[in-house]
Design a protein around this ligand. Sequence first.
Ligand SMILES: Cc1ncc(COP(=O)(O)O)c(C=O)c1O
Length: 392
Amino acid sequence: MPSGTMLLDAVVLDDDDKIQELFRGTTDCMSLAQGVVFWQPPTQALEKIKESVFSPSVSNYGPDDGIPELKTALLHKLRSENKLTKSSVMVTAGANQAFVSLVLTLCDAGDSVVMFTPYYFNAYMSFQMTGVTDILVGPSDPETLQPDADWLETILAPEDNKGTPKVVTVVNPGNPSGTYIPQHLLQRISALCSKAGAWLLVDNTYEYFMFDGLQHSCIEGDHIVNIFSFSKAYGMMGWRIGYIAYPSNVDGLGAQLLKVQDNIPICPSIIGQKLALFSMEVGPVWVRKNVEKLTKNIEIVKEALAPLGKEAVKGGEAAIYLWVKLPQNARDDVAVVEWLAKKHSVMVIPGSASGGPGHIRVSFGGLPEDSCRLAAARLRTGLEQLVTQGLS
Ligand SMILES: Cc1ncc(COP(=O)(O)O)c(C=O)c1O
């Protein structure tokens, strides 16, 4: 069998696809599964975009790396909000395309790369799809779910230089962990990567999704690439706009990224970029107001998870997820997810899709409070039954 077909098989058989299939096959199922937010882009921005649709420039190809006015706004944002002062920017068709483009740019087939469990399944699949077969999955601290930097140090140890991983990737805040990486830990991970000559890719898709007064921070360096997204912050999932902040100093990196860009989206959708620009004009205060509404959802979903005990529930301090350990009598997460969908009409994601069997990922971002309450009530009923009777 040609290797391309084998790779495709691996991807098609992935748990995430199975879950999507299951969701399509159920009726009246409520979702605490999908990583989405319940809000739409700012009304002012949507109103403004109406005026743009007849402009010929919207229907033509644009510059590969993004329309100049959006790039200018993004550079300003990166400098003022993220303190990234030595980065150039490329607009992409979402953070996922940004990640695939970076893997294609930085890695060769057969390279080794590092990620931490529980990992973002699309990042794992991006490595698989592009022929990076040596995916080293490191542990996280069992309490904080933060990447284990001591383990990373051993993996990147200088005496082990022969097969030094090409890329280390972290998601901050984390999907599916629902926790964040504090600046001191990011700095330590960065220093280890720099010393070993490995790239560090940081996915900041949930940068604005911080709770309990916690602060998100970014770091930069000639070995660091940061990825961002408009999908969750501005409710722009379907508009497909994200961006890469890459080190300006590294010769040839921008040119290589452009080559990949020209072969995948050519350019991100122009109308999407215009909406991103108009949304940025409304700004992060608008985003934070929406994010704040999720604090109630966190409370509601945590309450639904109470039958599993406090110790079983992690996350909920950042991003839009809770990471939940299943009880001893029901450790098959895929079976539990199917049972919850079929018997209790509520959907969550199995942890094994993220390298965490025996867990489920619960999203609190996709439903407004009233619907979240309904979905959470179904989840609670299911979990109460699970704890007392198992999967009966
Ligand atoms: C960590 C992470 N990165 C990237 C994405 C995809 O973002 P985008 O819609 O910008 O491709 C998601 C979506 O769930 C995500 O959770």
